[in-house]
Design a protein around this ligand. Structure first.
Ligand SMILES: Nc1ncnc2c1ncn2[C@@H]1O[C@H](COP(=O)(O)OP(=O)(O)OP(=O)(O)O)[C@@H](O)[C@H]1O
Ligand SMILES: [Mg+2]
Length: 337
């Protein structure tokens, strides 16, 4: 009992005043209050320093949200924009690994956290940086988790940014709600989906969630749409390939004998259909690309490994579409108020 911060009894049983120095305690409380005020001020100023803030959501897990959030940020950064990427997934933060920043150390100065620097100067912040190791589970519930997220938002020294991309865990839980309520001036939500029907049903929940919290929906991105195969044969002839479902697919070779076929790994066009259905913009598709999986494992994002490839180009065109909307857009009806 001698070490208990609560009970302080003398040998004769008479209760003594607490042994902590009250002035120290007061000082600690003042320090905490001061930090909270500073955090609030920094959060309120985020709108001035960061031009655009975009949240990346999905209803279902594993649809490629982190891959897409990282790809969007890298695509912008390689165009010379100042970009930040915030990984708010507390239980499974994997953005740093995708960028080869798994071992990065963060600098903390004057109570502010300085982001790690990734390819093309991309500023990255992730809960993963604050955990003991990649296998350490985080079991933070309710208020502690929310407090950590708020601290995360208010204590990071982003500097001036053209865009901040925010990656979330799947679903419509506490994290996107807390961020949307704590961070000023969020431009909108991008929803990632795969073409399967189930993922689509779940993405509808994300769309409705964004509507409920009055955030504009910038659009839907369909990930893992088709897998492209290529080959050569006799010029100007027909080529037949057995597709994944056993159905033969046919195409013609060109003058040089080259042929290209895109196989729908999942049912195709679901993301597009759902965006039309729900009257939200369709931002584009990303191909099913085994190089993305390899890149994720090796810590080199596909955009970096193959900057001119199909996936990198698909990211660029999605970014162009998002930028168009953010910079005023042609269709103001996209804004949900
Ligand atoms: N277009 C793609 N082609 C092939 N594999 C992909 C593609 N997009 C993502 N993947 C792979 O799918 C897996 C899940 O991707 P990712 O971690 O980005 O999903 P997530 O939605 O963020 O998952 P979680 O819900 O767990 O956060 C990873 O192994 C990733 O490499
Ligand atoms: Mg993820």
């Amino acid at each position: 009992m001698a070490d208990s911060p609560i009970s302080h009894h003398s040998p004769d049983g008479i209760q003594q005043p607490p042994q902590t120095d009250p002035s120290n305690e007061q000082r600690a409380q003042m320090e905490q209050a001061y930090q909270q005020i500073q955090r609030k001020m920094r959060i309120s100023k985020m709108d001035e320093g960061i031009k655009h803030k975009v949240m990346v959501l999905s209803g279902k897990g594993g649809v490629g949200k982190s891959t897409v959030a990282t790809g969007l940020a890298l695509s912008l950064a390689r165009q010379g924009k100042k970009v930040g990427l915030m990984d708010i997934d507390i239980t499974g933060p994997n953005v740093p690994k995708m960028l080869g920043l798994g071992d990065a150390d963060l600098n903390v100065e004057d109570g502010q956290i300085f982001p790690a620097i990734g390819p093309h100067g991309l500023k990255v912040i992730s809960m993963a940086f604050l955990l003991d190791g990649p296998d350490t589970p985080v079991i933070w519930r309710g208020p502690i988790k929310l407090g950590a997220i708020q601290q995360f938002i208010g204590d990071v020294a982003w500097g001036d940014l053209d865009a901040l991309v925010i990656d979330f865990p799947p679903g419509t839980g506490d994290e996107p709600l807390t961020v949307s309520q704590s961070m000023p001036g969020i431009d909108g939500v991008v929803i990632v989906t795969t073409p399967q029907e189930v993922a689509l049903l779940d993405s509808r929940k994300s769309i409705n969630f964004a509507k409920t919290i009055s955030l504009p929906i910038l659009g839907v991105i369909e990930n893992m749409r088709g897998y492209t195969i290529r080959g050569t044969a006799e010029p100007n002839t027909k080529v037949s390939v057995i597709g994944p479902s056993g159905v033969p697919l046919e195409c013609n070779t060109d003058e040089g004998g080259n042929w290209t076929l895109t196989l729908d790994v999942f049912k195709s066009g679901g993301g597009e259909a759902s965006s039309i259905d729900l009257e939200v913009p369709f931002l584009g598709s990303l191909p099913f690309d085994p190089g993305i999986v390899r890149g994720g494992d090796d810590g080199v994002h596909r955009i970096i490994a193959d900057p001119e490839g199909e996936t990198a180009r698909a990211f660029d065109s999605i970014v162009a579409r998002i930028t168009e909307e953010l910079e005023g857009g042609s269709d103001q009806s996209l804004r949900i108020t």
